[in-house]
Design a protein around this ligand. Structure first.
Ligand SMILES: [Fe+2]
Length: 331
């Protein structure tokens, strides 16, 4: 029986405030990450390199967008298969199951290609500093994610310790689905629909995800015993979780854990505006979803089963995205 709480790992020796960190420190933290990700699949990192003050400032900037009139926000609506733009209230169904109502939230998605996006496509006219803030956040989050993945590669004993670096080399280009998402959960003024949540139950379609939440809370993670545990906001920490791709690559050793955001766990929670920022790391589209990892310890290696047809990540991810956004108009 594993742990049923979310542990805190001190990332200080590999913090982003350091340009470089030692192989020894990466390996030590990597081993801790592997151990904890094999349990609940989520960890808090403290001393990782930026603080709540930085995130609060970003919430302030993006908050100006979300509190603008709906007609202004709709000018930036996400269209078709694009992973960039505004998603209005009750439009996204995180459960990917039409039996459940859509999330009681608004969001703005930013894909990796956005670094090269034309200024006019950003909502800087209604939320000054939006693009600058988000792009800086993405650059920092990319660096942090790659450092975590590097630590994991060493901690897991991969034969090629740069394997994750290599298969995430196209993160902020059109050749990767890596993205950021700023989420806005307004106060709940009417009763929610039956089964409706602020953010429906789901696991992430990522390698790893970073979640920066504000002080309101409501995020819950499904523990190994099937019961939800609160992922309470802890000052100056970031939550890191394993997604479906890393779970698959590790044959289920690292856990992609189901999570959700509820409104009623604590009094006043649902009456408060909640904000969170997430960064989703995904591998290069031209990699394979079903290729076993290669470990230094050869006894851990699974033979390549040549009878299994290789699945290109781009194809696997596109199918998932289509399901998520119901992008039926795309061939
Ligand atoms: Fe998630």
């Amino acid at each position: 029986m594993g742990k049923n709480y979310i542990p805190i790992i001190d990332f200080e020796s590999c913090s982003l405030t350091k340009d470089e960190c030692s192989h020894e420190d990466l390996g030590r933290i990597g081993k801790q990450l592997v151990e904890e990700f094999s349990n609940v699949g989520f960890v808090y990192l403290k001393n990782y390199g930026f603080t709540d003050a930085y995130i609060d400032k970003l919430h302030e900037v993006t908050g100006r967008f979300f509190t603008s009139p709906i007609e202004d926000k709709m000018r930036y609506e996400r269209k078709g298969a694009s992973a960039f733009g505004y998603i209005e209230m009750e439009k996204e169904n995180s459960t990917m199951n039409s039996k459940f109502p859509c999330d009681y939230k608004e969001a703005f998605n930013i894909n990796g290609e956005s670094l090269a996006r034309d200024n006019s496509e950003w909502p800087d006219d209604i939320a000054p500093g939006f693009s600058e803030g988000i792009l800086d956040f993405m650059t920092r989050s990319q660096k942090l994610s790659l450092r975590i993945l590097h630590a994991l590669a060493i901690g897991m004993g991969l034969k090629d310790e740069n394997f994750f670096y290599k298969c995430h080399s196209k993160m902020h280009t059109k050749d990767s689905y890596t993205s950021a998402k700023t989420m806005y959960y307004p106060p709940i003024v009417h009763e929610l629909k039956p089964g409706q949540l602020r953010h429906g139950e789901h696991a992430d379609i990522t390698t790893i995800s970073l979640v920066f939440q504000d002080k309101v809370g409501g995020l819950q993670v499904k523990g190994l015993n099937g019961c939800y545990v609160d992922a309470k906001p802890i000052k100056d920490t970031v939550l890191v979780n394993v997604g479906d791709i890393l779970q698959h690559w590790t044959n289920g050793r690292l856990k992609s854990t189901v999570h959700r955001v509820v409104a009623e766990a604590h009094e006043k929670q649902g009456r408060s505006t909640r904000r969170s920022l997430a960064y989703f790391s995904l591998p290069n589209n031209d990699g394979l979803f079903n290729k076993p990892l290669v470990y230094k310890d050869e006894s851990l290696n699974n033979e390549d089963d040549l009878s299994i047809k290789p699945i290109l990540l781009e194809k696997w991810l596109f199918e998932k995205m289509k399901q998520f956004w119901d992008v039926t108009e795309i061939e």
